[in-house]
Write a protein that binds this ligand. Structure first.
Ligand code: CA
Length: 453
C-alpha cells in the first residue's frame, strides 16, 4: 500500500497530483483520504499504553511532479499510470526517472496517423510480395557478414551452442535480421516509444506491461535508465528484446555482471539463444527444406497440417538439392508454398515456428531461415520466384475475403491481409472447383472467385 503512504505526504505537488488524478479518473476522491491502511505507514503509532513507538518502516518517497510533455493526453495518462505503478509497488524514483522525459512522437501521436507502430498491415512483411521483402532482408552483406562474425566470435558461439543447444547460424541469422549484426540497434528511447504507444491507445495494455518490465529491469540494477535505447516499437539491443522478454530471458554471458544487450555481442547472442531454446528450438532438425514434387501433385496438401516425413516421401516429394532428406522419417513437417505452386516450396519443421516467436510473420521466419542457410554457405532458394504473377492490392484482398466468406469458405475477418486464413479459404474454394489448389491470391484467383459468385 505504498500509494496510501505516498498520499499522506503533505506536499503541495502531491496534493495537486491527487486532485488531478481524481478529476481524471472520475473517482469520488477529493484529496488525500486516510482510508484503511493495511501496509506499513509512516508517522508515530500509538500503542495501547499511550507511548509513541518508533517508526519501523521508512517513509515511502514522494513521487516528484512531472514537467509537462507538450501533449495533454500524454500528461493525463502519465499521472494515472505513474500512480498505478507506485501503487503496484514500483520504486518511486524509478517510476519518475522512467517517465520524466517522455514527449509526443509523430510516429504515434502525429496528426497524419502514420501509425506504423500499431498498424500490422503497414509492416513491410505484409505489404510487399514476398520476393521483394526477401531482397531487402536476405542480402549478401548479411550472409557474408554473418559468416565473418561466426569466425570472429567462434569461441563465444561454441559456448552458446554448448549452453543452449541452438545452432550458431540460427543465432547469427536472428542477429543479422534484427540489427544487421549489431550495426543498427535503434535510437529511440524505449520508455518514450512505449509511452507513446500507450497514449495512442490501441495497444495500451501491452505498452503499459512493457513499461512496467522496463521499471523492474532498473529496480534489479541490471540496466541504467540512460542506456534504454530501442527501435520504434520498444525492442532493445542487438537482438531486439522487448522489456518483458529481457526480464525473463536476458543473460550476462560475458560475466561482467550486467546484461548489456546493447554493447555486448556475447550477452545479446546468448540471450537470443536462451530465448530460442526456451521457445522449443531443435538443434537436430533444419528450419525447412526446399522441395520439388511430382507432376500432378495435390497442392491442397499445403494446408498447414504437420505430416510425417515418411508420408511426404510417400507422396513423392524430394529435396530440390537432389540429396535425400537428412531428417528422421518419423519427424513431422508442414508443406508450405510461400508464392503458390509455381514458386519455391518448402517442408517446414518446428524451428520455423520458433523463428516466428520473434516475429509472427511467415515472411520474417523465411528470411531468418534463408539467412541461417546462407550464413552456413547454402544459398537459397533454388527455385525461382514467380515475379510475373499479378498480386492483389489490400483492397483486392478485401474483395476476395468478402466473396470467399459469402460463398461459405471462411476467410476470417475482411481486413485486406492475405494471411493463412485467407489462403486456406482460397485453397478450399479452388479444390471445390477442381482448380489448382495452391491458395495463392493472384488476380487470376480473384477473378475465379468472382466468376463463381
Ligand atoms: Ca555482460
Amino acid at each position: 500500500m505504498k500509494f496510501t503512504a505516498f498520499l499522506h505526504q503533505k506536499s503541495l505537488p502531491v496534493l495537486a497530483l491527487a486532485g488531478f488524478m481524481a478529476a481524471c479518473a472520475g473517482t469520488p476522491q477529493a484529496g488525500p483520504v486516510p482510508g484503511p491502511v493495511s501496509g506499513p505507514v509512516s508517522g508515530p503509532v500509538s500503542t495501547p499504553g499511550g507511548t509513541p513507538s518508533p517508526i519501523t518502516a521508512p517513509p515511502a518517497p514522494v513521487l516528484q511532479p512531472f514537467n509537462l510533455s507538450g501533449n495533454l493526453s500524454m500528461d493525463a495518462w502519465r499521472e494515472d499510470f505513474a500512480r498505478r505503478a507506485v501503487a503496484a509497488g514500483r520504486d518511486t524514483a524509478i517510476v519518475h526517472a522512467t517517465l520524466a522525459s517522455i514527449s509526443p512522437l509523430d510516429l504515434y501521436l502525429g496528426d497524419t496517423l502514420k501509425t506504423a507502430g500499431t498498424d500490422v498491415g503497414s509492416q513491410a512483411e505484409f505489404a510487399k510480395p514476398i520476393w521483394e521483402y526477401l531482397e531487402t532482408a536476405v542480402t549478401a552483406g548479411r550472409t557474408t557478414g554473418g559468416a565473418e562474425k561466426l569466425a570472429d566470435l567462434s569461441t563465444v558461439f561454441d559456448q552458446i551452442e554448448a549452453t543452449y543447444g541452438v545452432d550458431r547460424e540460427a543465432v547469427a541469422a536472428i542477429w543479422a535480421m534484427e540489427t544487421n549484426l549489431g550495426s543498427y540497434i535503434g535510437n529511440f528511447d524505449a520508455a518514450n516509444t512505449l509511452a507513446n504507444m500507450a497514449v495512442e491507445g490501441r495497444r495500451r495494455s501491452f505498452a503499459e506491461g512493457e513499461l512496467t518490465a522496463l521499471m523492474k529491469m532498473q529496480e534489479r540494477g541490471e540496466v541504467s535508465r540512460d542506456q534504454l535505447k530501442s527501435g520504434w516499437a520498444g525492442a532493445m539491443g542487438q537482438t531486439q528484446f522487448m522489456p518483458s522478454t529481457f526480464l525473463t530471458y536476458a543473460v550476462d554471458f560475458d560475466g561482467d555482471g550486467r546484461k548489456d544487450l546493447w554493447n555486448s555481442a556475447p550477452d545479446a547472442l546468448a540471450s537470443a539463444a536462451n530465448y530460442l531454446s526456451a521457445s522449443g528450438y531443435q538443434n537436430d532438425l533444419p528450419w525447412g527444406i526446399e522441395i520439388i514434387a511430382p507432376t500432378g501433385f495435390d497442392w491442397s496438401l499445403a494446408d498447414g497440417q504437420d505430416r510425417r516425413m515418411s508420408t511426404w516421401t510417400g507422396y513423392g516429394l524430394f529435396a530440390i538439392t537432389g540429396s535425400g532428406f537428412a531428417v528422421p522419417e518419423t519427424s513431422y513437417a508442414e508443406l508450405w508454398l510461400p508464392a503458390g505452386a509455381t514458386g519455391p516450396k518448402y517442408l517446414l519443421f518446428k524451428n520455423f515456428d520458433v523463428y516466428k516467436t520473434y516475429n509472427r510473420s511467415d515472411s520474417y521466419a523465411l528470411a531468418v531461415g534463408l539467412l541461417t542457410d546462407g550464413i552456413g554457405g547454402r544459398h537459397g532458394p533454388v527455385g525461382v520466384w514467380p515475379t510475373d504473377l499479378v498480386l492483389l492490392s489490400r483492397r483486392d484482398v478485401m474483395v476476395l475475403q468478402d466473396n470467399l466468406n459469402r460463398q461459405g469458405f471462411d476467410a476470417g475477418p475482411v481486413d485486406g491481409i492475405a494471411g493463412r486464413g485467407t489462403k486456406g479459404a482460397l485453397r478450399r474454394f479452388q479444390a471445390a472447383h477442381d482448380l489448382l489448389a495452391d491458395g495463392y491470391p493472384t488476380q487470376t484467383a480473384l477473378q475465379q472467385v468472382l466468376d463463381a459468385s
